[in-house]
Structures are given as C-alpha cells and as structure tokens.
Ligand binder design. Structure first.
Ligand SMILES: Cc1ncc(COP(=O)(O)O)c(C=O)c1O
Length: 468
C-alpha cells in the first residue's frame, strides 16, 4: 500500500505536470508502434509497470484542465476523486446491505435528494431509484420499466408476437437504440420523432407517430424525452409530452443525464419545471457534477416498480429474508456485483451542497451568455443552434464560403488542428445537417478569458486553413 501511495504521489506531482498539453493526440497506429501493451506468461518488474502508468497518463487527454471543452464533463471534483479512491480501497459491492452498509444508506439518501429535485417525492409518492453504470444503462432501465408497465408478462413470456413501439426525438442520445436492441424491442421500433428549430421534440409529430403505430396494431409503450440534448442542450417540452403519454397509458421517461442538474439552480430550473410529470428520470453525476466516471442513477416515481421489473433469482444464496432485507438494493438492479458509486457522489454533495452546484450552473450560464455574444459579434463565427443550456454549437465561416461541404471540412479541420496543437480542446458535431464546433461548458473554473482565447484560436486556425 505504501509503495502504491508513493507511486500515486509521483504520478500526480511528476507525471502530470501543470500546463501540459490538453491532448497529445496520438493516432492509434502511432501509439501501437511506440507502446508495448503485450501480456505474457511471466510477470514483469516494477519499472515496466511504472513506465506503463506514465505512458497511460501522458497519452490520455487531460480532462481535468479548464481548456478541456470536448466532453460533458471537465475539471476535477476533489471530494469525489477521494471517494473514488476510498471505494476501490474498500472494494464494497452493493447487492445487499450486508456487504455495503454505509454506502447503501448513502445511496438511499442520494436517491431521496435526487427525487426531491425531480419532484418524485412530493408527499403523495415517495419515489425510488438505484444507481447504475451510466446514463445509457439508466435509459435502458427506463425503457424496461415502460415495457413492464404496459406488458408485465413480457418479463416471463417474451414478446409473444406483440410489437412494442418507443418514441424519442431525432436529437435523443443513441442509448435509446442500444436499449431497444437489448430489450428485444427492435431498433426499427424506436421512432425518431421530428424536433423543431430549437431541437425540441414536436408534440404534434409525436402524436402523429403514435396514431400511426396504433393504426398498425402496434403497442406504444415508451416516450423518452431529453433534458439537455447531447449536441445542443435542448430541453424537450415535458408537460405536452406528459399529456400525450397519459392519454395513451405510455410511460414517460426523461433522460436528464446531462441537463438534470439544472434543477439545482433556482434561476434556471424553469427549463425543467414539469419533471415531476414523468415516470422515470436518468441523472448522471459524472457529467455536470463532475464525479469520476461512472456515477449515475435511474429515478422512478412509483415505489416498487424497479423490484417488480428487475428482480429475479438470488434468493437461494444472496438475498436473505433478514432484518435488513428492505435495504438490499440488488433486487432493484440488473447487476449483481455493483460498485459503491454512492460514496463519491455523497462526499462531494455533502461538501459542495445544493447551493454549490447551483452556483456552478449559474456561473457557467453567465459564461455561456458571454460566449454566445462573442460568437454573434464575430464576423467569421456564427451560431448553429440556440443555446439554452451549456452547449454552444457554432462554426467558422469566411464570408466568401457558401458551400456546406467546404464549411464542414473546414470546421472539422479546425478541431483537428486545435487538438494537435494541444491547446483548447473542442470537437465537431452535426446538427440538422450542418457541421459546427461543439463547445461544452462543464468546468466551474472556466472564465470569460478562457472562452475568448478559445474563440480567437478557432478564428486564427480557421483563417490559416482557409488561406486568408
Ligand atoms: C443526453 C444523454 N443521455 C445519455 C447519455 C449516456 O450517458 P453515459 O455516457 O453515462 O452512458 C449521454 C452521454 O453523453 C447523453 O448526452
């Protein structure tokens, strides 16, 4: 242990120097040539292990830096990082209270607090939930709950000739497709409903798609709307979709993996004001709350729904009917071994508090507003979508350039060049057929100055590439 601690200390102090490039950007073939990752019959010496750790840290993009704008997380949450280390130290698992007693109580408290924010424990309902291995799994369970709600015998009998149909918007995360595949729904039966100019699902189009399915004798069972879409951060209209869901007895799930934390902010929670109307909700703590990956939860309004849907087996050796049986979270989960992710989330929530997360969101929203203003004032940059949350999708376009393919190529090249330069790290994305640069504001340390430098770089690199 002491040896490992010393190594960790060297890794932090020596192998991750301050101001190192955000990305080394090695190509896979290059890296394969440089690194020997082969395994063999014989064990190796300590130096080989140290070299491997050094290389791992060196070549991995540094998501802790303030210039890391690529993903839906950036920076470092020191409390959560400590929690992650302690979790590995304990190697607890979460199927029963017995083997993770403190983490179980922490997870239950987190679920209470999350449900309070979403509005699932409102006096009438208590709400429930379970932590899962990421937002994709939370969305999968949301769809599974929906399937169980409409066809409870699907769990035991299978499809039995029935065709179930799910609806998400054309801006939804691809985890909907994964879920439709895993659950035997069939990806063709996941309908991508048209979104409007603001990237929000069109309720009229949703209704039309449902009518079409019913006319075909199919069973609409799941509406999955998004709070904070992946590319532009749009919030689907909850109340209008809830009305449609209720009228057809369809389960309404909100994917708040990225945009759920807006509920911390008094100033901005109106974007998700009707979240309590949903049946289930996905929340990723490893995105805006910046807890080390993975930390996510599926929240459910109806108590007992998770156990009814997910349980099965384990009673003969694991889930003993003892005095703590009600605390065994494993029967709500599709996992057996499950990491004690609660500790890192609980520690950071305890340290930062609701107000701390709210302050982070409010700060980033004000930086976002300044960023949008800078883009709009620039002669060569333009916004590609409205920005209500913390995504800014814009592009570089010289005055003379009108061909969409040319603009697309130029913006992709800008991102690649900036990545190679090791400075501010952004990525390109496509929205409604047009390509631009996606900037994600997830790091609470980011200032107007960082944004100004980033936009200047985009213009500078763009000008050079366009030969101006
Ligand atoms: C809106 C949305 N939902 C779900 C996910 C999937 O979450 P995870 O990466 O935790 O599986 C993402 C990931 O970016 C997302 O943006």
């Amino acid at each position: 242990m002491q040896e490992s601690l010393e190594l960790l200390s060297r890794a932090i102090n020596e192998w991750m120097p301050k101001n190192r490039p955000v990305s080394q950007n090695p190509s896979a073939p290059e890296l394969e040539k440089i690194l020997d990752v082969s395994l063999g019959e014989q064990g190796c010496d300590q130096q080989s292990l140290e070299d491997a750790i050094k290389a791992y840290l060196h070549y991995n993009p540094d998501a802790s830096q303030v210039d890391f704008f690529k993903l839906l997380y950036s920076g470092r949450n020191k409390h959560a990082l400590l929690g992650d280390w302690i979790t590995s130290l304990s190697n607890a698992t979460m199927h029963t209270y017995q083997v993770g007693p403190v983490a179980t109580l922490m997870e239950l408290e987190l679920i209470r607090q999350w449900n309070k924010l979403v509005g699932f424990n409102d006096g009438k309902n208590e709400g429930e939930g379970v932590m899962v291995a990421g937002g994709s799994q939370a969305n999968l369970i949301g769809m599974m709950l929906a399937r169980h709600h409409v066809c409870p015998d699907y769990k035991t009998k299978g499809a039995g000739g029935r065709t179930l149909v799910a609806y998400v918007s054309d801006q939804a995360h691809y985890s909907g497709q994964k879920a439709a595949n895993v659950l035997g729904i069939g990806t063709d039966n996941l309908i991508a409903v048209a979104s409007d100019d603001n990237g929000r699902i069109c309720p009229v189009a949703l209704q039309q798609e449902i009518d079409k399915s019913v006319a075909q004798g199919h069973i609409p069972f799941y509406i999955g709307i998004t709070a904070g879409t992946t590319v532009i951060g749009a919030y689907d209209p909850v109340a209008a979709c809830s009305k449609i869901a209720r009228a057809h007895n369809i389960w309404l799930h909100i994917d708040g993996a990225w945009g759920g934390p807006i509920l911390f902010s008094e100033q901005y929670r109106h974007l998700l004001a009707d979240s309590h109307l949903a049946d289930s909700f996905t929340w990723d703590a490893h995105k805006l709350m910046n807890v080390p990956i993975t930390a996510a939860v599926i929240l459910v309004k109806h108590e007992g729904a998770l156990r009814a849907c997910c349980s099965g087996g384990g009673g003969e050796y694991l889930f003993h009917a003892d005095e703590n049986a009600a605390y065994n979270l494993g029967e709500r989960s599709i996992q057996c071994g499950r990491r004690a992710d609660a500790l890192k989330v609980w520690l950071s929530w305890k340290a930062i508090g609701n107000q701390g997360f709210a302050a982070k969101i409010d700060h980033l929203q004000s930086i976002k507003a300044e960023c949008v203003e800078m883009v709009e004032q620039s002669e060569s940059l333009e916004m590609l979508a409205p920005s209500v949350y913390l995504n800014v999708l814009f592009r570089y376009r010289p005055e003379h350039m009108t061909d969409e393919q040319e603009i697309r190529k130029l913006n992709i090249e800008i991102c690649k060049t900036m990545m190679r330069n090791g400075g501010p790290y952004v990525d390109y994305a496509q929205y409604k057929g047009r390509y631009g640069i996606r900037l994600i504001l997830a790091n609470g340390e980011v200032t107007r100055e960082h944004i100004s430098v980033l936009l200047d770089q985009c213009e500078l690199v763009g000008r050079e590439l366009a030969g101006q």
